[in-house]
Structures are given as structure tokens and as C-alpha cells.
Design a protein around this ligand. Structure first.
Ligand SMILES: [Zn+2]
Ligand SMILES: [Zn+2]
Length: 783
């Protein structure tokens, strides 16, 4: 296929759709039934009916069917029917002087809430009033939503910072609250997930205060443990959640190919897209950065216009963050009416709900999680026609591992969303916010869990709460919610501001600021590069100034780090090594940076910096191995598949070699961790060193305290290190390559030794319980 080496193919057969009879409450002539028929739906899929019926009966539902399976109707029909029923809207309300049923829809981003609002507008149930409320909504519209809307679409940020703190103004809405929809719930993971979990608990508590008992609809991609995840997110007992996961929707056949190319992956992707577009197909290509979206689109477009078919210009477009909603709509409409033939989109981009039904979807690199992979792959497939999904691997340990172990991708469930709602660093401030909404009283632990009162005592000691006869009150003049950032746990964040536009490109925590935007750093943002001003560093003002630049080099901080483990919460042996999980203090200081050639990676020079020491108190998983255990001996089973050790290997490992091995191992295991735990590369940090005892240690820690990824690694260490072992044994390079032990982000001058890393792994996970090739998860039961 077009210069690609296809390593694996998997065919997903076409699936006929299964319909179910209309629910009794949706009889012919009811407004919701008429509305849904008018958008061309003449029968509902089985899962839509099962979920809608359960919600209508007041049960909590977890709905995990595929992309484009029509999850929205499953809650829109009950929500609208509860209001307009058999067509006599508001009759009861008038009689009882209260609003009819209200419903609240939560999307992880504003853009998704707006997409969903469009779905509601198309459905257009007469008499059912829908409003979108977010940070951009003007006060008059917000007030209308508060006082008159039946269905409010928003995001957790607004719920947290505005709706709940002002709940008295939302009282009539909350009193009638019958449904809460949590869409794309797999996106709530790590610290953000823990924060949203606390916000949903606050919502349930406030709703109960207004005597409402809303049914929750939790919508997510298929996941390993959908019920447990939804229970952790909402605080609703697992027994009270109804799982609907039997997808009744029709699906065309899809062929998924895993491929590699000798060309750069983006070049191969652009060529494939051009070929397919010339053949008359519609193609969507996912790339890792904004710059690549532009480049791939441009290159494919050039190739298409030059080709024999001579497609009209403008038929291949980039679709990326920063585009306004209108531009995105135009692209989506162009795809729908056929004028747009190809789109290159960034991985991280929120695609509109309508963007589906493509002939070919190309993934330029693995998007980092199975959840994201299936979401993107789900954009392929027209009714009744075959479609293609092609993943082109990039040169990193994770992509390389998946090419060798396609079963990990195809046959394992989507990653469990890791979140820890009990994390004190999250729950403490959230309890303060809850106390400001309504004083905390005995019994409130049913919302916030058994850790509640210990944290309340701490907040009281610190003078933030005061105990009175009727509960614990917030005593400080400021709003408690303003001390919480849902999407970032660091109290002090710094804005990265582009000059001369003044646009805020992003924010970064104080400790990470030294790493990514130190004076003189080249800052990469969605594929564009910027140079940090030497004198634009103004931590006091909370901002760093950067300017668009392409200086021909990249920078890499040189970090002097130290990890001091606290006493471990959990500990066990792992082969010849030891594994511990617990709190840790990570202190780091940026002492300078390297300039590396943008193309070759060669180091140009080193510039010293004098940055203060930063301390991060977080959780870490620490792996300890001794040189002795790692030294192969003649006849020792530890030599494993490696054959008889050479005389050189038989002697004790030299300290430099041991250090180089442990350093290589550090890179390798952090590189493959996302195959096991759904983290992004930046969620975790790592450090390795040799202790005074001569043993070596690798610490893998959460960069954001409370995110739970280090714990996930501890729990699934066998699967994790087995994946690492397989990756290094299967890598055909000589002394190491980016697909095994070389890490682009490493600024250390320490050596790397692939052979020693490989031997170390063989002593840690001697029996390869292959989770990939066997086709069965080898790691079940650990989480
Ligand atoms: Zn390699
Ligand atoms: Zn390194």
C-alpha cells in the first residue's frame, strides 16, 4: 500500500443494525417522537431504547456504545419527553407553580457543548427550551437559561465556578433537575478527573438540598471497567448504575492496518491521503501537531492537484485548534456535501460530532491511548460500504511496541480512566467549596467519602472553616472555588504569552516553567516554535513572554534532580528487584540548557542557568535493583534467553555500565507506560540514580500530585515491565534507537546501555507473560 509496509491487518466485519420497538412513552404524535421522525429516524437502535427507558424510570445509566452510535438520542428523548410529554407542555408546572423537568448536560469542553447544542437545535422538539451556558455567555442569556431553559448545556468548569456557588439563583432549575448527562466521561482522568468527581458530588449534594434526585447518564467510550469508573466519577454506588454496552447500531466493514514506512510518517501519511483522494475517497488524517496538520494538508493538496484526476483546489484542508467554530462548521459541511475531499486534523482536536463516515482514516502515529485510537478510527465507515483505517507508526517505544503486539491495541479494552476522588490535595479544597455552598453537616460523608471529616478537621485548624452548632462554615471573605483550578493543580501557574499579539498560548506550573520556558528556551506549542525572551521571564507577574521563531535548534534543560522517597505505602518484590509505591519529594533545579540542532539532534552548546530549586511533593513508584542481581552468572537461569554470558558479563557490572543500563531502562519504561496506564507523556516524570548502597533506583512520579498514574504503574508492574522487555528484545537496532532507549527529552549527559537494560529487565520479569501476542490480556486482575 503506497510505500507502506503493512505489519498487521484486522477486519471488523459489517454489523447489521438491530432496532427495538418505540418505548410506550414515545407513542406516535408525541412531540419528541414527531421531532425525531422529522430528522429522518424512523426506528431506534436497541441500546438507545434500553438506555432511554432506564433513564425515564429514574435509573442511573452508563452508556458505552461506539462512536456515532447515536448515544445522544438515548438521553435527549427522555429529557424532552419529561418536559413536553404528550404535548401539554408546562400544564403540571402551572398547576404546581414549579418548572417542569430540567436537565443538565456536561461536556469536557465548550466546543463539545456547542456541538451538542446544534444536535438539540436540529431535533427541535417544540416547547423544549435548550440553552448553552459557559464562560462566554452574556449575563442576559445566562439569566434566561437560569429562569426558563429546560435543558442546559455546559461544562464542569462553569458548574464548579458559577452554578454551584450561586445555587440559590439556580434554585428553580435545580429543584426540577431530573437528568444529568456526563458526556465523554473517559476524558475525566488524572487530577482533572478527581476534580470533576468532587464537583459532581457537590452537585448531587446541592440537588438533594433542593429535594431533587436526578438520574445520571454517563456516556463514554468502551472501557475496561465502565461501572467502576462511572462510580468513581459520580460517587453513585456501582449497584445503582445500569450498564448499557450492547451496541445495536449498524456498522459498515472496516479494515484496520498497522503500518510503518521508511519515509517520515507525515510524508507517508500525506502521500497516502493524496492517493486516496485521487481515487475519489474522502480521507481524514490525524497528525500530532498543528504545524504538521498544515504541512500534511498542503503537501497532499499539491499532490492531488498535480495528479491526473486534477481535483479542484481547496479540496484538502487542515483542521486544527485555533480555528473558530465557523471555520470548523464550514469544513464539516464541505465534507458532508462532498466539496472537501481530505482533512488533516490535529490529534488533540475536538472534532465535531458530525465528522464521521469517512472512506479512509489515517493516523500519523499512535494517538497515545486505545480510547483515542478507537475514537479516531470510529470516524471511518459509511453505511453499507467498506472503509479503511491506517495507523502509520512513529519512531518511539510505544508505537514500536504496538506494531509488535497488535493484540494490545485490538483485543484489550480501552484504558480504565485513572482518577482518585479521595486524593486529599483535591478533596480538601473541594470540601471548602462545598462548605461555602452549604455548611457541612454530619451525614455529608455520604457524598464525599470516609476521608471527609479528617480533612474538615484540617481545614478547621487552618481557620478556613469554623464549627458552629449547625455545621462547619466557610469563614474567609474570598470565594473558596477561586482557590481551585479544575484543570491544573498547581496553585501558581504562569501564562505563556505570545508577543506581539498578547495571545496566551498556554499555562504552565511554576516548577514546570523552569523546564519548558526557561530564559532562552525554544517553546513548542502545537507544532509551532517560539523563543522565550531572556528578559520576558517575569514570575512575579505570572507570565513569560515568547515570540514566534524558528531558530534552527531546539533546547533541552539540564536538570539537577533528586528524589527522596517517603515511607512506602505499598511494597513488594519484582523478580530480583523491589518495587515500592508511596509519597516522594522531588527536588529539581535547572542548571542550564543544551541547544540541539533541529534536524540532526546534535548538541551545539551548553548555556548555564541559575534557577532556584523547586520541590514537588507527589506520589512515586520506585524500582530498585542491585548490580549483583543483574549480573549474569554461568548456568544461571537469569541469563534467560540471552545465551551463555560472555566472560566480560560474568564479572560484576562496572558502575558506569550499571548506571548506563539503569538510565536506558528509565527511558524505556517511561516510554511504554502509556500502553498500560492511560497517561500522556507529560503526566509523569522520572529519575534514576545509583544509591550509596550500590543499588540502582528508578523513580516514576506523578507530575501533578493526585493524578494516580504512578499508582497505576505499581499495580500493573508485571504487564508494564513485560511490555518494556518485549520492546527492547524486539528492537532490531544495535545500540539503541528512539524506538527503544533514546528519549528525545533527555538532557542528561549520562551514558545509555541497551544490553545492560535488557539484562536487567530479564531479571525483573523473567517469564514473559505476553499480553499482546497471546491475544488475551496477561495482566487482568491487577486493577
Ligand atoms: Zn532500538
Ligand atoms: Zn535520560
Amino acid at each position: 500500500m503506497d510505500g507502506l509496509e503493512i505489519r498487521h491487518q484486522r477486519d471488523l466485519p459489517a454489523r447489521p443494525g438491530r432496532h427495538a420497538p418505540w418505548p410506550a412513552w414515545l407513542e406516535v404524535g408525541t412531540p419528541a417522537r414527531t421531532a425525531v421522525e422529522q430528522i429522518g429516524v424512523d426506528a431506534l437502535w436497541t441500546h438507545q431504547v434500553v438506555a432511554a427507558d432506564a433513564l425515564m424510570a429514574g435509573r442511573h445509566v452508563v452508556l458505552t456504545t461506539g462512536t456515532a452510535s447515536g448515544k445522544s438520542l438515548a438521553y435527549l428523548l427522555p429529557a424532552a419527553t419529561a418536559v413536553v410529554g404528550a404535548g401539554r407542555a408546562d400544564d403540571d408546572a402551572v398547576r404546581w407553580r414549579r418548572r417542569p423537568a430540567t436537565s443538565l448536560y456536561l461536556a469536557p469542553t465548550k466546543a463539545l457543548a456547542h456541538d451538542q447544542a446544534r444536535v438539540c437545535a436540529e431535533l427541535a422538539v417544540p416547547g423544549w427550551r435548550v440553552a448553552t451556558v459557559d464562560g462566554d455567555t452574556d449575563p442576559a442569556d445566562r439569566q434566561w437559561a437560569r429562569d426558563h431553559a429546560h435543558h442546559v448545556l455546559t461544562n464542569p468548569d462553569l458548574l464548579h465556578a458559577s452554578l454551584l456557588p450561586n445555587h440559590t439563583r439556580w434554585a428553580s432549575f435545580l429543584r426540577s433537575l431530573q437528568f444529568v448527562v456526563v458526556d465523554e466521561s473517559h476524558r475525566y482522568r488524572g487530577v482533572f478527573g478527581a476534580q470533576v468527581a468532587a464537583v459532581l458530588r457537590r452537585l448531587r449534594r446541592i440537588a438533594a438540598h433542593y429535594r431533587a434526585d436526578p438520574a445520571f447518564a454517563v456516556l463514554s467510550a468502551t472501557s475496561a471497567e465502565p461501572i467502576a469508573t462511572a462510580a468513581a466519577l459520580t460517587g453513585i454506588a456501582a449497584d445503582d448504575l445500569t450498564l448499557v454496552d450492547d451496541d445495536g447500531s449498524v456498522r459498515g466493514a472496516v479494515r484496520i492496518s498497522l503500518a510503518r514506512s521508511d519515509l517520515a510518517p507525515e510524508t507517508a501519511a500525506a502521500e497516502l491521503m493524496a492517493t486516496r483522494v485521487r481515487a475519489g475517497e474522502q480521507v481524514l488524517t490525524f497528525v500530532p501537531s498543528r504545524r504538521l496538520a498544515e504541512e500534511v494538508a498542503r503537501s497532499a493538496e499539491t499532490s492531488v492537484s498535480a495528479g491526473p484526476a486534477g481535483a479542484e483546489p481547496g479540496s484538502v484542508l487542515a483542521y486544527r485548534a485555533g480555528y473558530l467554530a465557523n471555520d470548523r462548521r464550514l469544513i464539516e459541511r464541505g465534507l458532508a456535501d462532498g466539496t472537501v475531499r481530505g482533512v488533516a486534523a490535529t490529534n488533540a482536536l475536538e472534532l465535531g460530532v458530525d465528522l464521521a463516515g469517512l472512506d479512509t482514516v489515517v493516523l500519523c502515529g499512535y494517538p497515545g491511548s486505545r480510547a483515542a485510537f478507537w475514537q479516531q478510527a470510529g470516524r471511518a465507515g459509511r453505511r453499507g460500504a467498506a472503509a479503511d483505517v491506517v495507523l502509520i507508526a512513529r519512531a518511539n517505544p510505544l508505537d514500536a511496541y504496538l506494531l509488535d503486539h497488535p493484540a494490545v491495541l485490538f483485543d484489550q479494552p480501552v484504558e480504565t480512566a485513572v482518577l482518585d476522588p479521595a486524593s486529599p490535595s483535591v478533596l480538601g479544597p473541594q470540601l471548602a467549596a462545598a462548605a461555602q455552598e452549604l455548611p457541612l453537616r454530619p451525614g455529608d460523608e455520604r457524598w464525599f467519602g470516609p476521608g471527609t471529616w479528617a480533612l474538615v478537621a484540617r481545614l478547621t485548624e487552618r481557620g478556613l472553616l469554623r464549627r458552629r452548632p449547625d455545621g462547619w462554615f466557610w469563614t474567609v471573605p474570598q470565594r473558596a472555588v477561586d482557590r481551585i483550578s479544575l484543570r491544573n493543580t498547581e496553585a501558581h501557574t504562569i501564562d505563556i504569552v505570545e508577543e506581539p499579539t498578547g495571545r496566551v498560548l498556554g499555562t504552565v506550573g511554576l516548577d514546570a516553567a523552569d523546564l519548558v520556558v526557561h530564559p532562552g528556551a525554544v517553546y513548542l506549542h502545537q507544532g509551532d516554535s517560539y523563543l522565550c525572551d531572556d528578559d520576558g521571564w517575569d514570575v512575579e507577574a505570572g507570565e513569560v513572554i515568547v515570540r514566534a521563531a524558528r531558530p534552527g535548534y531546539l533546547t533541552q534543560p539540564v536538570v539537577d534532580a533528586e528524589v527522596s522517597p517517603g515511607s512506602p505505602h505499598r511494597e513488594r518484590t519484582l523478580g530480583t528487584g523491589r518495587l515500592a509505591y508511596g509519597s516522594a519529594r522531588v527536588s529539581s533545579r535547572v542548571t542550564g540548557f543544551l541547544r540541539r540542532d533541529e534536524l540532526t539532534g546534535r548538541v551545539w552548546d551548553t548555556t548555564p542557568l541559575d534557577r532556584p530549586e523547586r520541590v514537588l511533593s507527589t506520589a512515586a513508584t520506585i524500582l530498585t535493583v542491585t548490580a549483583e542481581a543483574a549480573t549474569p552468572r554461568a548456568g544461571s537461569p537469569r541469563a534467560g534467553t540471552l545465551g551463555a554470558p560472555s566472560p566480560a558479563e560474568r564479572s560484576e557490572l562496572s558502575r558506569p555500565r550499571f548506571d548506563a543500563g539503569i538510565h536506558a531502562l528509565e527511558h524505556l519504561i517511561t516510554g511504554v507506560l502509556p500502553a498500560i496506564v492511560a497517561n500522556d507523556r507529560y503526566d509523569i516524570g522520572s529519575h534514576s540514580w545509583i544509591e550509596d548502597t550500590g543499588a540502582a533506583a528508578i523513580a516514576v512520579f506523578d507530575r501533578r500530585p493526585g493524578s494516580g498514574f504512578a499508582a497505576g504503574g505499581y499495580d500493573r508492574a508485571e504487564a508494564w515491565l513485560t511490555a518494556a522487555r518485549e520492546r527492547i528484545e524486539e528492537c532490531s537496532c544495535g545500540n539503541g534507537c528512539p524506538a527503544c532507549i533514546l528519549a528525545a527529552g533527555c538532557g542528561s549527559s549520562r551514558a545509555l546501555d541497551k544490553g545492560t537494560a535488557r539484562r536487567l529487565l530479564a531479571t525483573l520479569v523473567p517469564n514473559s507473560a505476553d499480553p499482546g501476542r497471546a491475544g488475551a490480556p496477561g495482566d487482568t486482575g491487577s486493577r
